[in-house]
Design a protein around this ligand. Structure first.
Ligand SMILES: Cc1cc2nc3c(=O)[nH]c(=O)nc-3n(C[C@H](O)[C@H](O)[C@H](O)COP(=O)(O)OP(=O)(O)OC[C@H]3O[C@@H](n4cnc5c(N)ncnc54)[C@H](O)[C@@H]3O)c2cc1C
Length: 435
């Protein structure tokens, strides 16, 4: 066994296990207050679930994700100007009854969206209800949202009095896509929180891909604060050292340790309950720009999930930011949430069949599949009960902390918030003198 590498005052103050958004937020908060964090990241890059791959000029986010500009924790730490944010157009296209219904503003003006939707495929009273819901959420302070009793989103929508047509055409693909749970079994607190954020801000992606969010935080740390391809095998809770999974049992000691791994891995390292996992599959297709299914920077929702097609939602990412594809090309992102154990090949075939039904034969002649991402742990399960309390404590034991989206809302906002709280708790407890 290698000798323990001491992390004393001259080296690092806090070891952070995991270089996703939470770990990076924790590290930046420590570093910018004069402390020395060390991130140990198992994979070959920073970012965790928020990474973007460049494939021949196509920017492939590892799973379709969007950034809500109104997220309060993101606004505290990110430089929005440098992210060069590109907004989705306030509107969506819903595929239902064999045609596409262009509707306005599901993100910022849900009542306008619904007024069109309602006039076509859902009862009129839904319009009144959604207008009321939107305004009441705008008026409701965030803390209040997290004090309301928890139920499933499905139950909340039924209690609000929405018709089943409205729930199935719009809310199921839309909020099912956000929570990665088309059964709408996620906590109603998430629904209220996200709905409020969308009503008050923009839905965006950084021009060069979602990975810019995590890359920006990493760029604020000196390179020696991040070690990639360094998996932690175990954490010693009493003596504050970690053992690496390097086959040699190398150990690193620090005055404080923050576990910023995703929920199931944090559970393994710390003996906490596993929060469970929501999965997602994202398929990317490319075609010539003039063969793209739409030139609008809009989300396309499957308004008839019950009919069996695997697609939940689709977006032409290069319509939102032209940097997502090479010149004169289009990048199409397709999200599948339920795959019933199908292999990538079978699923791709089913997706292509559905796309052909939607867009015709050009899908097989003019589009080509670039890559499929299967993300087993895309978000923790946040069924009712998981947000009670809304924020789980970051302190685990003496000078041992945990952070990540499984401690707050399963979102970019939650991960950043949790990392900040872990950093502040470590600083408070250690009383490390500022350099
Ligand atoms: C497909 C998809 C869609 C999403 N959509 C949205 C959206 O639209 N809006 C939104 O706000 N949020 C969305 N999210 C959620 C958001 O991306 C996450 O909440 C957030 O990125 C979680 O960050 P984290 O730091 O908590 O965890 P992670 O990003 O998972 O970071 C954990 C890190 O720890 C590392 N690690 C794990 N174990 C070890 C170990 N033993 N040793 C060393 N390192 C380890 C991992 O490699 C990883 O890098 C989506 C997520 C996915 C995947």
């Amino acid at each position: 066994m290698e000798a323990i590498i001491k992390s004393d005052g001259a080296a690092y103050d806090v070891i952070i296990i995991g270089g996703g958004l939470a770990g990076l937020s924790c590290a930046v908060n420590l570093f910018e207050r004069g402390y020395k964090p060390l991130i140990l990241e198992a994979s070959d890059g920073i970012g965790g679930r928020i990474r973007t791959d460049d494939l021949d000029g196509y920017k492939l986010d590892r799973g379709f994700q969007v950034f809500l500009t109104r997220y309060p924790e993101a606004a505290r730490i990110l430089d929005y100007k440098k992210l060069n944010l590109a907004n989705f157009k306030a509107g969506a296209i819903v595929r239902a009854k064999g045609r596409f219904i262009k509707v306005s503003d599901p993100f910022r003006e849900p009542q306008a969206f619904v007024s069109m939707l309602v006039s076509d495929i859902a009862p009129m009273h839904d319009k009144v209800k959604i207008a009321y819901l939107r305004q009441s959420l705008i008026n409701c302070p965030l803390q209040e949202i997290f004090r309301k009793s928890e139920k499933t989103i499905q139950q909340a929508l039924e209690d609000y009095g929405f018709s089943s047509l409205m729930i199935n055409r719009f809310f199921r693909p839309f909020f099912g896509g956000i929570t990665l749970d088309p059964s709408l079994g996620t906590s109603s607190r998430i629904f209220d929180f996200i709905y409020k954020m969308m009503a008050e801000g923009n839905v965006a992606v950084p021009a060069l891909g979602m990975g810019s969010l995590t890359a920006q935080l990493a760029s604020r740390l000196p390179p020696e604060c991040i070690r990639l391809s360094t998996k932690v095998e175990s954490v010693d809770k009493d003596k504050n050292f970690v053992t690496l999974a390097d086959g040699k049992g190398s150990q690193i000691e620090a005055r404080a340790i923050v576990v910023a791994a995703e929920g199931p891995e944090a559970a393994r390292l710390l003996g906490l309950p596993d929060p469970g996992s929501r999965q997602a599959i994202c398929m990317y297709f490319a075609c010539d720009k003039d063969k793209a299914p739409t030139d609008e920077p809009m989300l396309i929702l499957n308004g008839q999930l019950e009919d069996g097609g695997p697609i939940n939602n689709l977006a032409v990412m290069s319509n939102v930011s032209s940097h997502y594809a090479p010149k004169d090309k289009a990048l199409i992102s397709v999200t599948v949430l339920e795959h019933q154990g199908r292999s990538d090949t079978d699923l791709l075939q089913a997706v292509i069949e559905q796309l052909q039904d939607w867009y015709g034969k050009q899908v097989s002649t003019d589009w080509h599949h670039l890559r499929t991402y299967r993300i087993h742990h895309a978000q923790p399960d946040q069924s009712p009960g998981s947000l009670e309390p809304p924020s789980r404590p970051v302190g685990i034991a003496h000078q041992l902390y945990v952070c990540g989206d499984h401690r707050e809302t399963a979102s970019i906002n939650g991960a950043i918030a949790s990392g900040r709280k872990a950093a502040l708790a470590a600083i408070q407890d250690l009383k490390i003198p500022h350099s």
